[in-house]
Design a protein around this ligand. Structure first.
Ligand code: GDP
Ligand code: MG
Length: 729
């Protein structure tokens, strides 16, 4: 015998429905321990017996009232085979709030859309099929007062019970702050089996954030986990208070309503004007998500972000450059020539400094992105792009993954790949995971910025916008191609949380921007530092043989013999150089030094690897020094900038004459526009960084796809770069 529980808001027609089903021959009792009426009855429908239970009417499943406690305890404790959630069709938004909570509890739900007559009378039309698809549950329309739809409902229940049920995988994204906390808490709950005999792990975490007293009381029995969860909750609440001036509990409710709001968009059409708190958001959305104006505004905002970022970061980036050059100068003067000095200047300062120098750019970029996120606009972009993405076999949630990966510039593909978890369709999820790494992440951004500064200083924002759009276009193209190789499946419904618009606070923006910028800085000071040192070693050893060094010594002595003692003395002193002779002398000496450094680099392990690929890579315009940087970039994309810095500074000994890396690219590397474009395309397409590859392997559950992104994408990138380069030279 199957048990069917009937649940829903007060006055939605539960009892009427119950009476229709049972013929009103129910048995009244109280729920064990409490005096809330419990109606129960057994019926037979098409030869199958059912036990029907009428739950008390509640607005939510949070234990604010006795009814709510009873309803939740029953659903969790008695585990009915199916819960029929009765909804008032004329008031869907509020009624769906409880439905969402059932889904989060992973309760088996069939929806009875009651009061359809009232909805019709009020000119509310509902696209039931699409609603059912979006929510992932069967929906049966009923008019309980007139006993309409009752047997259809019972048939629907029978069908539902006949199919095998999987986890519903229902997941609302609650925005970055809360999602991060949930992702930290959920594994903790799972690991310690904390209340998991009763509830899903993520739900327990969510209830801690919602300050659910009943769950707190149950959880207090396991002191250690209980305390850890409370600590995370406290930390999050403090953070939310200072950034958004809101508690986690309220923010969660906001996102639930945002989720519901977006579900109802395009499903419920009503002539009545909305008077709820989402009213203004809807008004704003009429413009911002308009079919034609919306996308245009989106591109305009993007351009605005780049203008702002380049404008605001121009001087700070230049100042940092001066600071690092000054630091190099200090070390140059105070340390003797040798390995230590080379490590300090070429390895550490030019490597890590090159990456750190872009921190202001990253900071301002994140500030601009924080405005889009905190205001609620970001969610709309995904909503708008859903339609476009479907053409390419993806969907709106893929947009989210793209944006997290750096779709606007400045994200990271690792959380981006994980964000694809919200996508239900296996195929869409896989393709999203595989294409998100094409986005201009925070580590690629400095490379693009470097090339832009060197070659396109006059239209920085336009080029950045072009790079971004090309990234999206190529990602979508690859998605389409991959899609045709992977077995087709029906595309899943897209549901995006659309929280109400909110005025961002300066404090909140600053904190959000700083948090992410700090991660960039910390990575530069740790991982990138380590890789830079390793690369410096590879670029320094094995050192030149004594015989080879002799050749350069001899050349130096030859030059010195041409000049007078006075000139040599002056050239070696710290004094301002005046005589033309001295300048000429210095130049000649420098040239030899550069030659020696270049010969040394060529002789090193990295140099040999770079040269090994040069016969092929030259078709894309990459010389062996660039090859070193690109190979290093597979470890981490920041390394491209840092190792270009090292490679070009190793051939440059006199720090006073040193120039910034972007100047070096123009003057010393012999790069042309063709090289620049070829490089941009290659960086855009080739292998994701190592951490991303690991994330891809983890999320797809196989190294096959991860390996494909390393080898396959590098091949694609190379072919594209060769095409670009050959067309341009
Ligand atoms: P409960 O509080 O959820 O148990 O709701 P009830 O079954 O007591 O119904 C509340 C009121 O709504 C009663 O007056 C019902 O007659 C009325 N009602 C129930 N279903 C419908 C329906 O589908 N259409 C209309 N117009 N009224 C309904
Ligand atoms: Mg009732």
């Amino acid at each position: 015998m199957h048990t069917i529980a009937i649940a829903g808001n007060p006055n939605c027609g539960k009892t009427s429905l119950f009476n229709n089903i049972t013929g009103a021959n129910y048995h009244v009792a109280n729920y064990p321990g409490v005096t809330v009426e419990k109606k129960e009855s057994k019926i037979t429908h098409k030869g199958q017996e059912y036990n029907i239970v009428d739950l008390p009417g509640t607005y939510s499943l949070s234990p604010y009232s006795l009814e709510e406690v009873v309803a939740r305890d029953y659903v969790v404790g008695e585990k009915p085979d199916v819960v029929v959630d009765v909804l008032d069709a004329s008031n869907l938004e509020r009624n769906l709030y409880m439905f969402v909570q059932f889904m989060e509890l992973d309760v088996p739900v069939v929806m009875a859309l009651n009061m359809m007559d009232v909805a019709k009378k009020r000119n509310i039309s509902i696209d039931v099929k699409s609603l059912s698809q979006k929510l992932g549950v069967p929906i049966i329309e009923t008019v309980a007062r007139d006993n309409q739809g009752t047997s259809l409902l019972l048939d629907g229940i029978a069908d539902f019970l006949a199919t095998k049920r999987k986890d519903n995988n229902f997941r609302i994204s609650y925005g970055q702050d809360i999602d991060t906390a949930l992702d930290e808490m959920t594994p903790l709950v799972e690991k310690t089996n904390f209340l998991t005999d009763k509830y899903p792990a993520r739900w327990v975490a969510l209830k801690y954030l919602e300050n659910d007293e009943q769950v707190h009381a149950q959880g207090a029995l396991d002191v250690s986990t209980h305390k850890k969860l409370l600590d995370i909750t406290d930390k999050l609440n403090k953070h939310l208070k200072s950034t958004l001036k809101i508690t986690a509990e309220n923010l969660i409710a906001d996102y639930r309503y945002g989720f519901i709001n977006s579900i109802l968009k395009g499903v419920v059409f009503s002539e009545e004007s909305s008077t709820n708190r989402l009213f203004w958001s809807d008004k704003i959305d009429m413009v911002l998500t308009h079919r034609l104006i919306g996308p245009l505004l989106m591109i305009a905002f993007l351009y605005g972000i780049y203008e702002f970022t380049f404008w605001a970061s121009e001087y700070p980036v230049a100042w940092l450059d001066i600071v690092f050059q000054w630091l190099s100068g200090v070390i140059d003067v105070n340390l003797k020539d040798g390995l230590l000095k080379s490590l300090m200047i070429s390895g550490i300062i030019d490597g890590v400094g090159g990456v750190l120098g872009f921190a202001p750019l990253i900071l301002f970029m994140f500030f601009a992105i924080a405005i889009m996120e905190d205001s609620g606009y970001m969610a709309r972009t995904a909503y708008m792009l859903d339609r476009v993405f479907r053409i390419f076999g993806l969907q709106g949630n893929s947009v989210v993954a793209y944006i997290v990966s750096g779709g606007i510039a400045g994200g990271c593909a690792v959380p981006g790949v994980m964000a694809a978890r919200t996508i239900k369709g296996e195929k869409e999820r896989l393709i999203t995971i595989l294409t998100a790494p094409f986005m201009p992440c925070g580590a690629k951004l400095p490379i693009y910025a470097l090339i832009i500064a060197a070659f396109f200083d006059n239209n920085r924002s336009t080029i950045m916008l072009a790079i971004t759009l090309i990234s999206w276009l190529l990602a979508l193209t690859v998605a389409r191609v991959l899609g045709s190789f992977i077995i087709k499946e029906e595309s899943s419904a897209f549901v995006m949380e659309l929280p109400p618009y909110r005025m961002p606070t300066l404090k909140g923006l600053t904190i959000h921007a700083w948090e992410r910028c700090w991660m960039y800085v910390r990575k530069a000071g740790t991982v990138i530092l380590a890789i830079s040192i390793l690369l410096w070693v590879l670029m320094t050893f094995p050192a030149l043989h004594d015989d080879d060094l002799k050749v350069f010594e001899n050349k130096l002595t030859q030059v010195e013999s041409k000049y007078s003692k006075v000139v040599i003395l002056e050239a070696n002193s710290d004094k301002e150089v005046v005589s033309e002779e001295t300048i000429k002398f210095r130049k000649e000496i420098n040239e030899i030094d550069n030659e020696r450094a270049a010969a040394g680099l060529k002789h090193s392990v990295a140099g040999r690897v770079g040269q090994f690929f040069e016969p092929v890579s030259k078709y894309a315009g990459f010389d062996w020094k660039t090859n070193i940087a690109l190979i290093g970039g597979i470890a981490a994309k920041e390394v491209v900038v840092s190792s270009l810095g090292t490679a070009y500074s190793m051939g440059e000994v006199d720090v006073e004459e040193s120039s910034s890396l972007s100047e070096s690219l123009v003057t010393k590397s012999g790069w042309t526009l063709a090289n620049a474009f070829s490089m941009i395309i290659f960086i855009l397409l080739y292998s994701p960084c190592f951490v991303t590859v690991v994330a891809i392997a983890k999320e797809t559950g196989s190294w096959k796809w991860a390996g494909f992104t390393i080898v396959g994408y590098t091949l694609i990138a190379f072919i594209a770069s060769v095409a670009v380069y050959q067309l341009m030279i």
